[in-house]
Design a protein around this ligand. Structure first.
Ligand code: FAD
Length: 459
């Protein structure tokens, strides 16, 4: 993609004003990286629209002028999802950051796409409501919708897709559509809302969303459980879920990761395979009963220790440390990059998947930290290496391939929550077979010129 012509820049400035458009080198470079090892192609310009109408005018223009566009939220993706692969224009949605309406009685909120998840929950707290999808990073709602993000609380509350009721979308040619309804249920026609969720900005730009909300739970109870082996920890996960205990979070961590967390955060945790659990409920008594039952289940699986008298400060520290896991690993290996495996499988296959993954890491002899949102069968391995060292990086890729193939073989997926982006395109055919061709046809129908976030999802 060539640089933007002067007349093109003038038109874009006419649409959004001079303060919301830039071709400055530093602004262009700020949009070259997410947290993956991928590097984008330098865009020719960055634009910050503030309304649906501005987005529509921008896309109408880029469509006529054949300019590729890449939507950008907070840039916290792990697979190169918001990086431009063809230059063109980055459409940064962070200045569309208004909460438009909180409808407490309906447990709903209308937001612009650039609203940040944490800010949304801060604003909602006075109403006693919250948006429970928690990917750790302070992502935008638009980026979470586009990646169908989930996180530590998905085991109880669900993923982003479970909370989106209605979307306003600007299509690649600038046309505006609205999908979905404010009704709690609907059987009306094809579910276009779900089509756009997880489409990674390849079909259009979300400019407004209505989200379903939950009541803030009255009581929390956190527990840490240690095991002698990773196998017994993952067996306990399956039993806890099967018993209908409904944890609000159920995370598995290996001793190597706990060691790094202790080093960095002085947590004093036992350096053994562990589960971090949380339960939400209406009374402390009910939660303590749940914790006692969970303890029995874990002890039957050989738990060494089950601690649940955790005070509020300690609970927050624990979850903060878990959320910071990727940064902690990164800081422990200065100068290295990470490749994040994000496979998900049916919960009954979780123990064998964990063993298989650990074995692959040991076989290749590279640093690799196995952990994950165990309660929903979502396994992460953060692999550490140097992309410039071809031999070393190949080992990381081999582990990634083996684990993803195993997951797909177990009727799982190559990505539980991070999306396809650039990095996981190679697994799409294997995972989806003929459905992959249907996806390509849908993409082609909505974006015949392949201008919307090209080079993502499809090879
Ligand atoms: C430390 C760390 C931990 C993480 N943990 C998790 C986790 O537990 N679970 C999880 O799911 N993710 C996790 N992530 C990944 C990431 O936070 C999520 O994928 C998040 O949804 C990305 O949102 P964003 O605002 O940063 O979007 P970006 O990265 O900027 O963009 C994501 C995608 O959305 C598109 N996009 C952005 N805005 C729009 C819009 N308005 N309309 C259409 N398309 C748009 C982009 O083109 C891109 O394809 C983690 C990231 C980090 C850094």
């Amino acid at each position: 993609m060539k640089s933007l012509r002067e007349d093109q820049k003038e038109r874009l400035i006419e649409i959004v004003g001079p303060e919301d458009f830039s071709t400055g080198q530093s602004n262009l470079e700020l949009h070259l990286h997410d947290i993956s090892p991928h590097t984008g192609v330098l865009p020719s310009g960055v634009i910050w629209p503030t309304t649906t109408e501005e987005v529509a005018k921008v896309l109408e223009f880029t469509y006529l002028e054949n300019i590729p566009v890449t939507p950008w939220g907070a840039g916290t993706s792990t697979e190169g999802n918001p990086l431009s692969t063809a230059g063109g224009l980055v459409i940064n949605l962070t200045r569309m950051d208004r909460i438009l309406a909180i409808r407490e009685d309906d447990l709903q909120v209308d937001v612009q796409p650039g609203v940040l998840r944490k800010e949304l929950n801060r604003k909602l707290s006075a109403s006693g409501l919250f948006f429970p999808v928690d990917p750790g990073a302070d992502a935008t709602i638009g980026g979470m919708i586009a990646n169908n993000a989930s996180g530590v609380q998905t085991v109880k509350y669900g993923a982003t897709k479970d909370f989106v009721m209605q979307l306003t979308i600007v299509l690649p040619d600038g046309n505006i559509i609205q999908t979905g309804t404010h009704a709690h249920k609907s059987s009306s026609g094809y579910d276009l809302t779900r089509l756009f969720i997880g489409s990674e900005g390849t079909l259009g730009i979300v400019t407004k969303a209505t989200l379903r909300l939950c009541g803030i739970p009255a009581c929390h109870l956190a527990a840490t459980v240690t095991f002698e082996s990773l196998e017994s920890a993952s067996e306990a996960v399956v039993l806890l879920i099967a018993s209908g205990m409904e944890p609000a979070a159920l995370e598995l961590l290996t001793e190597e990761l706990i060691h790094l967390m202790n080093e960095e955060k002085n947590l004093n945790l036992v350096e053994k395979p562990s589960l971090f659990c949380e339960f939400h409920g209406i009374s402390t008594a009910a939660l303590e009963e749940t914790a006692a039952l969970s303890r029995e289940i874990c002890e039957d699986c050989g738990a060494l220790e089950f601690i649940y008298a955790i005070d509020e400060k300690e609970r927050k520290n624990l979850w903060q440390a878990r959320h910071d896991a990727w940064e902690t690993i990164h800081r422990a290996h200065p100068g290295k990059e990470t490749l994040i495996v994000d496979a998900a499988i049916p919960i009954s296959r979780f123990p064998e998947m964990v063993s298989f993954s650990k074995q692959q890491v040991l076989q290749q002899g590279v640093p690799g930290y196995v952990f994950g949102h165990a309660g929903d069968g979502n396994l992460h391995i953060v692999l550490v290496g140097d992309p410039e060292n071809k031999e070393e990086w190949q080992k990381l890729e081999t582990i990634n391939h083996q684990v993803v193939e195993q997951a797909i073989g177990l009727e799982g997926t190559c990505t539980g929550e991070h999306g396809i982006g650039i990095g996981k395109r190679k697994f799409m055919r294997l995972e989806h077979g003929e459905s992959y061709d249907i996806m390509k046809k849908i993409k082609n129908m909505l974006d015949p010129k392949d201008l919307m976030n090209p080079g993502k999802i499809f090879i």
